[in-house]
Design a protein around this ligand. Structure first.
Ligand code: DAH
Length: 337
């Protein structure tokens, strides 16, 4: 190639060059050890001596031009790379959106609220096993194998003597075995029953309360429940005891509250009665105290079991228990703000 040919082919190629790698290759092709211009310069020896200085000067001038072009093209390409990165990796530091915050599940909210109220009254919060023995869940609570009350609680058995606890009442026995009165405890936790419909779930939550001391009476139970009811559902809430039956309490009561929807006048929620059932309770059956080694002549006690889902359904007006377990954000977002 002649000097002019090299110049024009270099010009054409450097204009098309799109990145630094291509540019480096171009530099080698023209200016490298065996590049076009180097080869041309070597041919100087074939020229007559008088033409050599002028030829040499021309080639060197071209080399200088090419080096300048390559240097400015390098700057141009580096700038383009930087600009693209700045564009692509742009961070808008003025954006104020932050990740959405989680909230407590309504069951956890109510459970915490009730436990806080109990703690304020001097109760201690304890928890126990969900996999329980037949002895703690039934027998020690005065429910022997053949007792008809077992039918009320459709039980998940693991073996003949081990089961998923159907009631937190099992904790009453565990604690009374371990400790001496006076006792003032509350045990929240999951319980399990083979049930599934709009008002029953195979797993749900209870809070067990137990007080054992000298001279404990049904009045103490009522006062405690009135305190919880008024703080949880509002100061106007009234508490009513209805006679009932549980093998582990004597006497036993079912506890109703004035309906939070109509305030006691009667509506669809309370089936026109003005009252809504919240929990079971009673005076600890002396048989149960004796089963746990507590002298039932010296000590009496009261116990109650609150259904947490039931309390949440009443408080928030939730019609179907299954809503608690479906993890539907539209439902869950309404609580715990
Ligand atoms: N364990 C009972 C149930 O699950 C509820 C209950 C009733 C608990 C009376 C008590 C009680 O402590 O005294 O149906």
């Amino acid at each position: 190639m002649t000097i002019d040919e090299i110049k024009s082919s270099f010009d054409a190629q450097i204009t098309k060059c799109g990145n630094l790698t291509e540019l480096q290759e171009l530099k080698v092709t023209y200016l490298g050890k065996s590049g076009e211009l180097t080869v041309l310069l070597k041919s100087i020896k074939d020229l007559p001596a008088e033409e050599r200085p002028a030829f040499g000067a021309k080639v060197n001038e071209l080399r200088k031009q090419m080096e300048d072009r390559i240097a400015s093209k390098t700057e141009e390409l580096k700038k383009a790379v930087l600009e693209r990165r700045l564009r692509e990796e742009r961070v808008d530091v003025s954006r104020t959106s932050c990740p959405s915050r989680g909230a407590l599940h309504p069951i956890t909210l109510i459970e915490n609220q009730i436990c806080d109220l109990m703690v304020a009254m001097g109760f201690e919060v304890l928890s126990g096993p969900e996999i329980e023995t037949d002895y703690y869940n039934f027998q020690a609570l005065n429910i022997p194998y053949d007792h008809p009350a077992r039918d009320m609680q459709d039980t998940f058995y693991i073996t003949e003597s081990i089961l998923l606890r159907t009631q937190t009442s099992a904790m009453q026995v565990r604690i009374m075995e371990q400790r001496k009165p006076p006792l003032k405890i509350v045990c929240p936790g999951k319980v399990f029953r083979s049930d599934n419909d709009a008002s029953h779930s195979p797993v749900f939550h209870q809070i067990e309360g137990l007080v054992v001391d000298k001279n404990v009476t049904l009045c103490d139970l009522k006062g405690t429940l009135e305190y919880i009811a008024s703080h949880l559902f509002g100061p106007q809430t009234k508490v009513r005891f209805r006679p009932s039956y549980f093998p582990f309490t004597e006497p036993s009561v079912e506890v109703d509250l004035t309906c939070s929807n109509c305030g006691g006048k009667g509506c669809a929620l309370c089936k026109e009665t003005g009252w809504i059932e919240l929990l079971g309770a009673g005076m600890v059956n002396p048989v149960v105290l004796e089963n746990c080694g507590i002298d039932s002549k010296r000590y009496t006690g009261y116990a109650f079991g609150i259904g947490v889902e039931r309390a949440a359904m009443i408080k928030f007006g939730i019609p179907d228990i299954r809503l608690f377990y479906e993890n539907d954000q539209r439902f869950l977002k309404q609580f715990g703000k």
